[in-house]
Design a protein around this ligand. Structure first.
Ligand code: ADP
Ligand code: PAZ
Length: 308
């Protein structure tokens, strides 16, 4: 194990040993099959070596959270309130936040069959393209000013207050915009996973941060050169699925010259997403409880766990 001022750093060999005392937290064959169905490319070895111990660690945080809530209710002499346990996942565009969120949701749902585990992305809290255009910031999509942070904070407040049927607006990568009148419904979950590039950011003019609502936070990290490659691979998939759908934002690129399309995507990566990563996303890394560091092919080579 290495360490720096804030984190203990574990390589795969170290980390895979943390299955809990009885080693009972291994991943079953059935779970592996479900992971394959979720994303063919996820390394099943990573699921065993990295995600099984991570699930165990989250279990410890969750237990401690519940004990504390019970103790405070006893102190106040009133019944324990149901307050969702919230996990935040941050990192660059295309680093794999939503895949990590889906994987954790699946594993946690299996561990806690009686719990309701839900997942949302903060992409839905981007302003619609029309509003970004009105503000003159369409080319700043993903930057802090492109999100309706007040709506996101209100959403988090409602979820933590255990309100029923809290609505999260929907963003579509295919349409490249918010879909009007479509929502994800968060309905009194036991565990909510919130992923997005901005979840550990500190808004300059608000007294409260999204991360104030988190009980555990993760930053997914990788060399920007690799993330660019993953961004371009995802762009390729978006192109491949756009051919037959003229409403798809990528349709014009899909039916046009493929090299020109990739040149455009490289430019967007360099001028928008990479700039955003350097200026506004990477600086939030040190706020996470845990950092998953990825190497080539999305393999996690190091795990950083906060010392305090
Ligand atoms: N663990 C993983 N193994 C293989 N491919 C992955 C993994 N995580 C993400 N990907 C791929 O990388 C791309 C970006 O992942 P995604 O989860 O959409 O990122 P984000 O939510 O951070 O934008 C997608 O094409 C996805 O299929
Ligand atoms: C919607 C996003 C801000 C968020 O990205 P995600 O984390 O979902 O990959 C991003 O995908 C995006 O659209 N960025 C703007 C520049 C671009 O890639 O077109």
């Amino acid at each position: 194990m290495d360490s720096n001022e804030t984190y203990d750093v574990f390589d795969r060999k170290d980390w895979q040993r943390f299955h809990g005392r009885l080693g009972t937290n291994h991943i079953t064959q059935q779970e592996l099959a479900q992971v394959k169905a979720l994303n063919d490319n996820v390394s099943l070895e990573d699921v065993q070596v990295i995600y099984a111990p991570l699930r165990h660690l989250i279990h410890i945080y969750l237990n401690q959270y519940q004990q504390q809530r019970t103790a405070v209710s006893d102190f106040l002499n009133h019944p324990r309130r149901h307050v969702p346990f919230v996990i935040g996942i941050a990192g660059s565009v295309a680093v794999g936040k939503s895949t990590t969120a889906r994987l954790l949701k699946l594993l946690l749902s299996r561990s806690y069959p009686n719990y309701k585990v839900q997942q949302i992305t903060t992409d839905g809290f981007l302003y619609p393209n029309a509003e970004l255009t009105r503000r003159g910031i369409l080319d700043r999509k993903g930057f802090p000013e492109s999100y309706d942070m007040e709506a996101l904070i209100n959403f988090m407040n409602a979820v933590k207050s255990d309100k029923p049927q809290v609505l999260a607006p929907k963003y579509s990568h295919q349409v490249y915009d918010i879909i009007p009148d479509q929502y994800d419904v968060v309905d009194r979950p036991d565990i909510l996973i919130v992923e997005g590039i901005n979840v550990l950011q500190l808004p300059s003019n608000a007294p409260i941060y999204v991360s104030d609502f988190f009980d555990f936070s993760i930053y997914v990290d990788a060399d920007p050169k690799l993330v660019e490659q993953w961004y371009l691979e995802r762009f390729g998939v978006l192109l491949d699925t756009a051919f037959t759908d003229p409403d798809n934002y990528y349709y014009q690129y899909a039916i046009g010259d493929r090299k020109a399309a990739f040149d455009m995507a490289k430019k967007v990566w360099r001028d928008v997403n990479l700039k955003n990563l350097r200026a506004y996303i990477l600086p939030t890394r040190s706020r996470a409880d845990l950092i998953l560091h990825k190497s080539a092919h999305h393999l996690i080579d190091q795990v950083y766990l906060r010392k305090f």
